[in-house]
Design a protein around this ligand. Structure first.
Ligand code: NCD
Ligand code: ZN
Length: 345
């Protein structure tokens, strides 16, 4: 039995840091485990220009603890009015690593998102030409589409067309939650990949709705039925380079989750690697963990792999039921549970 696992230092390819005091509180958790992270741009106001992203990157860097090596990789929040020249300039200057497509009103702070994907086809054309990665929140938002069907519907209505119209565009289907998404990504060419969160590997929708409503298991896209969770576990642990780590760690303070209108998002950063490695262990696939966590993401983004390493060991770890954050408290993913792996460093 493998009791210790040492892998190249991983990166988090989908992460929310927020801003201000919350950002300063959460950055150390990610910087402790990961060398780089794709930072989502859904602030208020959103990070829509090179100038805003460069300033946000400075604020993040100022929050990285002394002596810790961590690089935030910035994304541009696409709107109906995105300027392709500014996006290309930001990418060429090394400010933007990717751009994020939020369908308007799909999730937290997405009101300025894209109202009709075809509106931004000129931007996608430019991204394809410049080699800028497109990260997609793949859910339709139409009121007549059931929330559990919104990801599958997005594939049929929009994603097939995007991939067909821009065959060289690098597309990351973010935080996939369905077997439909797994099948779509597997059937697409090498420039289509997906991130998978720890929560969608651990829970199905019962965890949100059985035994009382469980706001800390609520995120978007929502967890689906068990067959989908099993498809995600098979994909993540398969060794396929099309699937890689993206926590979608999305901090919301306890009071904003435990509310009559609770926010979507799970704060996965503090025990992210412990959570993922548990899944690979349960699936008998520890040999594929380094690929998923540390190799497939850089290969897709065309970035070097990290030279340093991290070690995880089999040990019982009690995850705190809550953590202090920004003068308040927040519930981490696995809060109050015991997990079987420890992050050594
Ligand atoms: C994210 C957030 O809170 O910013 N929430 C979530 O449930 N995942 C936004 C997102 O990625 O959808
Ligand atoms: Zn997200």
């Amino acid at each position: 039995m493998t009791n210790t696992l040492t892998i190249r230092r991983p990166d988090d390819w989908h992460l929310h840091f927020r801003d201000g005091e919350v950002m300063r509180g959460v950055v150390p958790y990610t910087a402790r485990q990961f060398a780089r992270a794709i930072v989502m741009p859904n602030l208020t106001p959103p990070v829509t220009t090179t100038e805003l992203a460069a300033a946000y990157r400075e604020r993040i860097l100022a929050a990285v603890p002394e002596g810790v090596d961590f690089t935030p990789l910035m994304t541009c929040y696409l709107t109906d009015a995105t300027d392709p020249d500014d996006l290309a300039r930001g990418a060429n200057e090394g400010v933007f690593t990717a751009a994020k497509l939020y369908p308007a009103n799909a999730t937290t702070n997405s009101a300025s998102g894209v109202t009709n994907v075809e509106t931004i086809y000129p931007v996608l054309e430019r991204m394809e030409a410049e080699g800028i990665v497109l990260c997609i929140h793949g859910e339709v938002t139409d009121a007549d589409i059931d929330v559990f069907d919104r990801e599958a519907e997005f594939i049929e209505r929009h994603l097939r067309a995007i991939v067909a119209n821009f065959p060289k565009l690098k597309v990351v289907f973010e935080h996939i939650t369905t077997s439909d998404a797994v099948e779509f990504v597997k059937a697409s060419g090498p420039n289509v990949a997906a991130t998978i969160t720890p929560q969608h590997l651990h829970i199905n929708r019962n965890a949100m709705l059985v035994g009382g409503i469980q706001p800390h298991n609520y995120c978007l896209p929502v967890a689906k039925r068990e067959t989908h969770r099993l498809a995600l576990r098979a994909a993540a642990t398969s060794g396929s380079a099309k699937f890689f780590l993206g926590t979608d760690s999305a901090p919301h303070l306890r009071g904003d989750k435990e509310s009559a209108c609770g926010c979507a998002g799970i704060f996965g950063a503090p025990y992210a690697l412990e959570s993922y490695v548990t899944v690979f262990d349960q699936e008998g696939a520890l040999e594929h963990f380094e690929g998923f966590a540390s190799l497939h993401g850089p290969a897709f983004y065309g970035l070097p792999v990290n030279e340093s390493s991290v070690t995880l060991e089999r040990a019982e770890v009690q995850v705190p039921a809550e953590l202090d954050l920004a003068g308040s408290t927040i519930v981490p993913w696995h809060g109050g549970q015991t997990i079987g792996w420890r992050f050594v460093g």
